[in-house]
Design a protein around this ligand. Structure first.
Ligand code: NAP
Length: 317
């Protein structure tokens, strides 16, 4: 597997990581624990070294699961988790943010315990908190770095003015935000900023939460506990309108003898050496398919035609 660098931290990771969220949370029935652990172990065998979780996934159960899976394998992997996004109500699901220094410090200790590790390799503030100056949140992240509790600092879903203020306080090694063939908002400004500031860009939902793979052609199988149930892009009219994106990806995939998921990931990988996608899956078959995307090189003509895909119908949240 090709290696890429987590920005200024200089930590080397596999060019494709593994998003572990869906094993416990968000996309239908959580995985059976044994099955989820076998996916994580197989990922390590295939050369995947970057594993992504967050305290809010579950909440908390995904960190515990990842910690259990990595027992005895800790030194083979780079472990990323996040804090600052909190479930405030379950039905309907609602979130609040907390970026206060006291909260960040306590959340890090709690994640270390659940993950059963001494240090977190990459620790993200999951969302900037509008009620706490980003300087204060970054000050707390810097203290965790200096105390050796974390090895690198990340931010997630952060706009440029906030990134500029944040990087003035502490080194940012990674920015995690959505990037895929149907969410290209980060391309004009955020990606160049990351490249100029030696910040790795980690696209979440690089498969469009499963849609770009071509396996979701209606919302019939998406039940009320699934994050996608209320998501604008997974309503019937958007699914129908966005099918033209999938058709174009399918045509390239058929010509190259690849799958849609592999084309979607190859396109993300082609956006720059600092780009490290973290596709999520709880299935061995999808994992193997996704990892193999690192060997696919799209031609300039295919990349151009994918860049020209129409804007997706429906907002991403
Ligand atoms: N920072 C943030 O705010 C944020 C937000 C969302 C996600 N994330 C992180 O990013 C990771 C990836 O994003 P994501 O999981 O939301 O979206 P994603 O990677 O775009 O898509 C995951 C979905 O695609 C399906 N899938 C995966 N590989 C497939 C394949 N080869 N063929 C067909 N279907 C396939 C999965 O199915 P199965 O579930 O059946 O395996 C799952 O439903 C998450 O796991 C999480 O760690 C971060």
């Amino acid at each position: 597997m090709q290696q890429r660098r987590l920005g200024s931290s200089n930590i080397q990771v596999s060019a494709i990581g593994l998003g572990c969220m869906g094993m416990s949370w968000a996309y239908g029935t959580p995985a059976d624990e044994t099955e989820a652990i076998s996916v994580i172990h197989r990922a390590i065998e295939l050369g995947v070294t970057l594993f992504d979780t967050a305290d809010v996934y579950g909440p908390f159960t995904n960190e515990t699961l990842v910690g259990k899976a990595l027992l005895g394998k800790r030194d083979q992997v780079t472990l990323a988790t996040k804090c600052g996004l909190i479930v405030s109500n379950f039905e309907p699901i609602e979130y609040r943010r907390d970026g206060s220094p006291a909260y960040i410090t306590a959340a890090c200790e709690a994640s270390l315990k659940r993950l059963n590790v001494d240090v977190i390799d990459l620790y993200y503030l999951h969302r900037p908190d509008p009620n706490v100056p980003i300087e204060d949140s970054m000050g707390a992240m810097l203290k965790l770095l200096q105390a050796g509790k974390i090895r690198a600092i990340g931010l997630s879903e952060c706009d440029l003015p906030t990134l500029e203020r944040a990087i003035a306080i502490a080194p940012i090694s990674a920015l995690q935000s959505e990037l895929s063939l149907w969410t290209r908002d980060a391309m004009p400004e955020i990606l160049p900023w990351c490249s100029q500031h030696d910040v790795a860009f980690l696209p979440f939902a690089p498969l469009g939460r499963g849609f770009l793979t071509g396996k979701i052609t209606s919302n019939d199988g998406i039940n009320a506990t699934d994050f996608r149930y209320n998501n604008p892009r997974f309503q019937a009219d958007s699914i129908a309108a966005n099918q033209r994106l999938v058709d174009h990806i399918s045509a390239i995939a058929a010509r190259l003898g690849a799958t849609n998921a592999q084309i979607a990931l190859a396109w993300v990988l082609a956006q720059g050496d600092q780009v490290i996608p973290i596709p999520g899956t709880k299935r061995l078959q999808y994992l193997e398919e996704n990892v193999a995307a690192s060997a696919i090189q799209l031609t300039p003509a295919d990349l151009e035609s994918l860049n020209e895909l129409p804007t997706a119908s429906g907002t991403r949240y």
